[in-house]
Design a protein around this ligand. Structure first.
Ligand code: AMP
Ligand code: ZN
Length: 498
């Protein structure tokens, strides 16, 4: 049974959806004011692992991921300017152009990481009325109050406000007092804006809409409540986000949603830890970030990055270094090479020299002995156990390598790896992903090849065959093409392991 760590209860819990086989999944999406960095990549790859896992477990997942194109201020609290306005100023474009451009860039990068797209990707700016409707309800129920600069949510009225971050409101207030410069009329420093008015620091705000509380724009948090409820209903199964959302964004989402409906908003809250550089969170503001493009420019495939992400459990911090990415690349390349050889029968047949020339023929299904069948099953079980255990991807990768090194027949090994890849998403079945590893031919082999070519020219086929045998004994396969001899190394399985 799938166990997920629920931030709300602070423990692993068996996952059961409200309405099986359907699972409603909301994953907090990007603020589209700049390029995504590889820290974002980790979060969205982990969402993808979660979604693929749910699907592999037979659930029908309905996945919503918002696009934040208004209202997210430079701090996650109500401080600073709107990130979209900031992006527009920086690029001398309109906010709408900036939002569209970075939304497209985000989706392109996610595709490169082989992340399955959400079923719905709603934009905050296209759901203003839904956000206004929730604010109406919050007024009716006494949770909202109006001030000259904004409409705020009164956190002291919502008893469960601290439940998610597990800290008393007083402690939170003390911790944030210095950091968060709050609106003038806020009653409590943790109160948060539901609607900003186009006055004071926001008097020139470009994106604005009419509302019963004056011209303005929504606060950031309300969009997730509105769009989650619109597409998935008032109570959903799973909601995810980065660990930074544990203290502000998600408690605020809960307060607004449950305040408005009186129902539980989310059953499982999942939070992914950060990707760091020198143990510091990778972020735009600190300038310590890399984009997917940077990774590609250094000769990596974005799937190397995906493999790298999988080597750490999502609840632990993962420190990014180029050396670590290099070893992920090397492991993925080895895996791809093994799979290509399994596909073509290379490794299997290499052990049986007389069958070497069949290297490119496909598998013939063999009937498995009970012992091998048991072994195959046990890898399947171990893999499932790893994933069932709160998506333990490092352990799942260890099972992958265990299976690769085992003596189960190639065709079953291949099928097993393909089934693992339904969750890992490394595109293992994609032969175009082959890392075109060039065979470096040692001088000794090259000289034998030259001799063989000469003998064949002279029609001395017996002698040429003897040389072929010598070459094969040294671990190389020759294929005679119309263009000449093609040679490749027969790799032993061991030489391909990480
Ligand atoms: P943003 O576009 O800043 O709203 O962030 C989108 C998502 O990416 C949020 O869930 C963040 O928590 C997450 N995120 C941002 N930086 C990192 C990082 N360095 N490592 C992991 N997740 C991150
Ligand atoms: Zn959100």
């Amino acid at each position: 049974m799938l166990q997920l760590y629920n931030s709300l209860t602070r423990k692993n819990e068996p996952f059961e959806p409200i309405n099986p086989p359907h699972v409603s999944l909301y994953t907090c999406g990007p603020t589209v004011y700049d390029y995504p960095h590889i820290g974002h990549g980790r979060k969205y790859v982990m969402d993808d692992i979660l979604k693929r896992t749910l699907t592999a477990f037979g659930y029908e997942v309905k996945h919503v991921q918002n696009i934040t194109d208004v209202g997210h201020l430079v701090s996650d609290a109500d401080e600073g300017e709107d990130k979209l306005e900031k992006g527009a100023k920086r690029e001398k474009k309109t906010v709408w152009q900036v939002a569209k451009y970075y939304e497209d860039e985000f989706n392109k990068d996610m595709k490169k990481l082989n992340i399955l797209p959400p079923d719905y990707q709603p934009r905050a700016t296209e759901h203003i009325q839904e956000q206004i409707n929730i604010i109406h309800k919050l007024f009716e129920k006494g949770y909202a109050y109006d001030t000259p600069e904004a409409v705020y949510f009164d956190v002291t009225k919502f008893n469960k406000y601290s439940e998610l971050f597990g800290q008393s409101l007083e402690d939170k207030q003390i911790a944030s007092r210095e950091k968060v410069k709050t609106g003038e009329h806020k009653k409590h420093s943790a109160d948060f804006a539901l609607w900003f008015k186009r006055v004071g620091r926001f008097s020139d705000h470009t994106m604005h809409w009419e509302s019963p509380w004056g011209d303005g724009f929504p606060g950031w948090h309300i969009e997730c409540s509105a769009m989650s409820m619109k597409y998935l209903g008032e109570t959903i199964d799973i909601h995810t986000g980065g660990i930074d959302h544990l203290s502000i964004h998600h408690p605020n989402e809960i307060a607004q949603s449950e305040g408005a409906t009186g129902k539980q908003f989310v059953r499982f809250w999942m939070h992914y830890n950060f990707l760091t550089v020198d143990r510091t969170k990778m972020s735009k503001s600190l300038g310590n970030f890399y984009r997917i493009q940077d990774v590609e420019q250094k000769g990596f495939d974005p799937l190397d990055l995906r493999y790298f992400y999988l080597t750490a459990h999502y609840r632990t911090q993962q420190n990014f270094t180029w050396v670590a990415l290099e070893s992920a690349k090397s492991a993925r390349n080895k895996l791809m090479n093994i799979i290509n050889q399994l596909r073509s029968g290379g490794i299997y047949d290499a052990k049986n020299k007389s069958a070497m020339n069949r290297a490119t023929t496909n598998f013939k299904r063999t009937i498995l002995s009970p012992e091998k069948l048991q072994k195959t099953k046990s890898f399947q079980e171990k893999f499932s156990q790893a994933i069932e255990n709160d998506l333990n991807t490092p352990e799942a990768l260890a099972v992958v390598w265990g299976a690769v090194k085992s003596n189960i027949p190639s065709e079953d090994k291949y099928d097993l790896l393909m089934s693992f890849d339904e969750i890992l998403g490394l595109r293992l079945s994609d032969s175009r992903q082959q890392t075109a590893e060039k065979t470096v031919i040692p001088h000794e082999i090259q000289s034998l090849l030259d001799q063989r070519a000469q003998l064949r020219k002279e029609k001395k086929f017996n002698e040429a065959d003897q040389i072929r045998k010598q070459i094969e004994d040294k671990g190389y396969i020759i294929e005679d093409m119309s263009t000449g001899q093609k040679v490749r190394a027969i790799k032993s399985l061991d030489s391909l392991m990480p």
